[in-house]
Design a protein around this ligand. Structure first.
Ligand code: SF4
Ligand code: SF4
Length: 154
């Protein structure tokens, strides 16, 4: 869905428009392009486990091993996500406001494969569940639009 201007976009995403520096304005626009940058709920709700070969000691450019721990003989888990109150060690920022993944380019398959609801025209109930757990309403197709040509790295 397209918006005519930044005010429409901010209203849709419940962002308060205030005087923003150019850098902050670009951050807001990035969050409109990629709502995950204003969420992060899944990174602080689910256990992020993956096959041990995905660690960088076995796969160049893979998940940094020092940020993982052994889950079992076959799988590693991102530190911080294997407890009763999960929060991935690689997650920066405040859930539901502004977040980034500090290893975005090196994140494991479990993270790469987790699709935000409606990014590709279908709902992901697990995305909705994580957001609800953090008091965030599930996303709708209107959360996504790509009129602005900003990088989409989260
Ligand atoms: S590695 Fe990044 S994307 Fe994966 S759970 Fe951690 S913060 Fe989230
Ligand atoms: S995938 Fe869903 S739960 Fe995860 S950060 Fe994106 S919007 Fe939030």
């Amino acid at each position: 869905m397209a918006f005519d201007n930044i005010d429409d976009a901010c209203q849709r995403h419940r962002l308060v428009r205030v005087r923003l520096s150019q850098r902050d304005l670009e951050n807001v626009m990035r969050m409109c392009v990629n709502p995950c940058l204003a969420c992060g709920a899944c990174c602080a709700f689910y256990r992020a486990s993956f096959y041990w070969m995905e660690a960088d000691v076995f796969t160049p450019g893979g998940a940094p091993e020092e940020l993982t721990q052994k889950l079992n003989d076959f799988r590693l888990v991102m530190k911080g996500t294997n407890g009763s109150v999960p929060r991935c060690i690689a997650l920066n920022g405040i859930v539901g406001r502004q977040v980034t993944c500090s290893i975005y380019e090196r994140r494991s398959s479990v993270c790469r494969d987790f699709e935000p609801s409606w990014q590709n025209n279908s709902c992901n109930p697990d995305c909705d569940k994580a957001r609800r757990a953090w008091g965030l309403e599930p996303m709708t197709p209107e959360f996504w639009f790509d009129d602005w040509n900003f990088p989409q790295a989260a």
